[in-house]
Design a protein around this ligand. Structure first.
Ligand SMILES: Nc1ncnc2c1ncn2[C@@H]1O[C@H](COP(=O)(O)OP(=O)(O)OP(=O)(O)O)[C@@H](O)[C@H]1O
Ligand SMILES: *[C@@H]1O[C@H](CO)[C@@H](O)[C@H](O)[C@H]1NC(C)=O
Ligand SMILES: *[C@@H]1O[C@H](CO)[C@@H](O)[C@H](O)[C@H]1NC(C)=O
Length: 691
């Protein structure tokens, strides 16, 4: 009578022994099977069935390399060379009623797979074994499939039946090939064998199968005790059992098997690191072996993770590591480039596209804004010399820091608009670029630098002759005239001064630095803004009202005329005998009739007195505190060209003093004369302020 131990377990492993005599119990067991409850039972009676769908928790006699993997595969050999492995049902089975009786009918079914790291070789194979003992310690791990050795092979005292799945052609045993199935009685010299495969049910044709394909396949062994016939069948895993067996022969196993005998598996590796797996196993004594539900079997390891060649095993990790490193570095490079060359771009800028420079180009043009390429620094930012990578054009790049603000769109529109101005006395603005907190303006590069260096820095540059000065004055007048009257819009420069006058290779004066300029459409009201400009060039009404107009430019131009002729800055550090503002100083001399005393001493008297005097007088007129006294740029041009004589200045007209005027406005040019070099005051936020 059976005694039973029931314990719950989850689906994987099912081992069932059924006593067919009890129908209700049979049904109960199928209930257990289908609900995944593991039932371990033991019986001495002969009519038994057993079923393993995976081997997790299975009680088997195993030795050497044999283990049950974590997912339930029975791994007879584990990929180590010269190893054997065995797994046997723990208790021996009674194959006959008693010693003198014939062997019962029985049937076996199992699903197995053979894996090897070599694509076309695997050693040695596996076998289903019926044996009176489970001690195979004396068996060899090579050609004897792990259950015999050279001493005991062929001896009737072995009492062994084995169904071999042999992957080696062994001449000693007269093997037919290296991929065959054989019935072995006490010996590895098969009684009958056949190449692995099956007979197709549809047309009876033989279909080859490769034992070492690595794929799971199913085998059936059936013994009929009445007819004394043994047959072996195999098929791919998804296929039903073919009706025609692969091998079939008559043999009375009563002459072979001892009572009782164990059933199980044996495998060996020899010189190859093969793995022999059993996925599922069923057995029936006087019964059919229960059907093996393929879907409930454990999964074999993924073939890809079982590298097929040593070379691949080494190169694959290296290659993938290299690939990952490469990917990471590319990513880092891209991110770094993104950050380094990051720009600010908005939708409204699309129309200005052609005037927009890429930050990357400007970065490379100036060698990363290297100080070696620094041309100078003004009130708004540093100016760098650069060579555009594509066109090899020499440019000056002005780097202005700014906070993002609403006026930007208008400002860029102005920049682009100014960029269209072409005049021989105007430094061309080529375009712009925007980054976070930064605006870059790109100008034509002027080889001979700015005028103030020639006027005030004798060590660096030679003094300019009167002719050169007069030419520059006329050029700047013509440029300013163009901005005020000839261009499609009134452009007010706002920051005329010697340091914003640049000299080209022919020593022509060119108006530069449009960073501060504001545009006005013809006819519209002048707009209020913060004071922007440079001390000494600022018209009194501009200081007072903050309104820039063409006439405030004329005022600054007047200061510039005096500056160039006298070779002195419009505002100087005050001293007792020298008033701080150049206009007042020249005016005093004019009133005393000593105008020529104000002309730059460095000319050493070598100048045209008429020209110099009329330039000085024109300078005073332009810098007149009353706007209605100032000429416009067209008149200035006519006076300079000598087409129209300069109006006679009366002492009445010219009795003013800029310093006291400014002081009346609450504006002290002495205290505000710093910085002395005449850098613009105001910040870029003033440019478009007040809108
Ligand atoms: N297009 C250019 N070509 C050659 N050199 C230039 C060019 N633009 C400017 N520079 C040089 O860079 C220096 C600085 O110019 P920037 O206009 O910024 O300063 P600034 O005129 O002295 O002061 P501010 O910004 O107050 O007008 C100039 O003195 C000049 O020498
Ligand atoms: C295989 O099993 C043997 C015996 O248990 C063990 O020594 C060896 O380390 C195992 N090899 C692998 C690759 O698991
Ligand atoms: C101005 O530039 C030209 C060309 O670069 C040069 O030949 C000339 O000497 C320069 N003039 C002065 C005054 O530096």
């Amino acid at each position: 009578m059976a005694h039973e131990v029931l314990h719950p377990c989850i689906f994987l492993d099912l081992f069932v022994q059924v006593r067919q005599t009890s129908r209700t119990k049979f049904c109960f067991l199928f209930f257990l099977v289908s609900f995944g409850i593991n039932r371990a039972s033991f019986t001495n009676t002969s009519d038994d069935q057993l079923l393993y769908l995976g081997f997790t928790g299975a009680n088997l006699i195993t030795d050497d390399t044999t283990v049950v993997t974590s997912n339930g595969l029975l791994e007879l050999t584990n990929g180590t060379v010269n190893r054997k492995g065995h797994a046997f049902y723990p208790s021996p089975l009674h194959f006959r009623k008693s010693h003198n009786y014939k062997v019962h009918s029985f049937s076996v079914s199992f699903v197995f797979a053979i894996r090897s790291s070599y694509p076309r070789m695997s050693l040695h194979g596996l076998a289903f074994v019926v044996s009176p003992s489970t001690n195979f310690s004396n068996a060899l791990a090579n050609q004897y499939l792990g259950f015999l050795n050279s001493q005991n092979k062929g001896k009737a005292s072995n009492y062994i039946l084995a169904i071999e799945f042999d992957t080696v052609l062994n001449i000693e045993f007269e093997d037919i090939d290296n991929n065959h199935v054989g019935i072995d009685i006490n010996d590895l010299h098969s009684v009958k064998s056949h190449s692995a495969g099956y007979y197709d049910d549809r047309n009876s044709s033989f279909q080859n199968m490769s034992l070492i394909s690595g794929d799971p396949m199913q085998a059936w062994v059936d013994y009929n005790g009445e007819d004394k016939k043994i047959s072996v069948t195999m098929a791919p895993i998804k296929m039903a059992k073919p009706t025609r067996p692969l091998i079939s022969m008559s043999y009375d196993l009563s002459t072979v098997l001892k009572e009782p005998s164990y059933i199980g598996f044996s495998a060996s590796t020899g010189a190859a690191d093969s793995r022999h797996y059993i996925l599922g196993w069923s057995f029936g004594m006087n019964n059919l072996a229960p059907m093996i539900n393929i879907n409930k079997l454990p999964k074999l390891p993924y073939q890809g993770s079982n590298p097929r060649s040593k070379l691949l095993a080494i190169t694959l990790p290296i290659a993938s590591a290299t690939f990952v490193i490469l990917l990471c570095s590319v990513f880092i490079i891209i991110v770094r480039r993104r950050l380094r060359y990051a720009e600010l771009k908005e939708d409204w800028e699309v129309e200005f596209g052609p005037h927009r420079f890429s930050y990357k180009d400007l970065f490379h043009a100036t060698h990363g804004f290297d100080n070696k390429h620094l041309l100078g620094a003004g009130g708004f930012g540093k100016v760098y010399k650069g060579v555009l990578p594509s066109s090899k054009l020499e440019v000056a790049v002005k780097r202005v820091s700014h906070e993002s603000r609403q006026g930007m769109k208008e400002f860029v529109a102005e920049v682009v608009s100014i960029g269209r101005i072409r005049h021989r006395n105007i430094v061309q603005l080529l375009g712009y670029c925007r980054r976070k907190g930064e605006l870059l303006l790109v100008y034509d590069y002027m080889k001979n630098g700015s005028l103030d260096i020639y006027l005030y820095n004798d060590e660096l540059k030679p003094t300019l002759s009167w002719d050169q000065r007069f030419r520059i004055i006329k050029g700047i007048a013509s440029g300013l005239f163009y901005l005020h009257d000839k261009w499609e819009k009134v452009v007010i420069h706002r920051d005329i001064k010697a340091s914003n006058v640049l000299l080209d290779t022919e020593m022509n004066g060119r108006l530069g630095d449009f960073g501060l300029a504001r545009l006005y459409d013809h006819g519209t009201d002048l707009q209020t803004t913060h004071v922007v400009g440079t001390m000494g060039y600022l018209a009194p009404e501009l200081v007072c009202t903050g309104k820039a107009s063409p006439l405030t430019d004329v005022f600054a131009f007047g200061a510039f005329l005096l500056e160039v002729t006298c070779g002195q800055r419009p505002v100087k550090h005050s001293s007792q005998d020298n008033p701080g503002v150049l206009v007042d100083w020249v005016l005093e001399h004019w009133q005393k009739g000593l105008l020529t005393n104000t002309v730059d001493a460095r000319l050493q008297g070598d100048y045209n007195i008429d020209e110099a005097c009329s330039v000085l007088k024109l300078g005073l007129l332009c810098s007149h505190p009353f706007t209605n006294m100032r000429p416009n740029m067209q008149q200035v041009m006519q006076y300079l060209d000598g087409d129209v004589p300069l109006p006679e200045l009366t002492h009445m007209d010219m009795s003013f003093n800029i310093v006291s005027l400014m002081q009346d406005e609450g504006f002290n040019p002495y205290t505000l004369s710093y910085p002395p070099s005449g850098t613009s005051i105001g910040t870029i936020s003033n440019i478009s302020g007040g809108r």
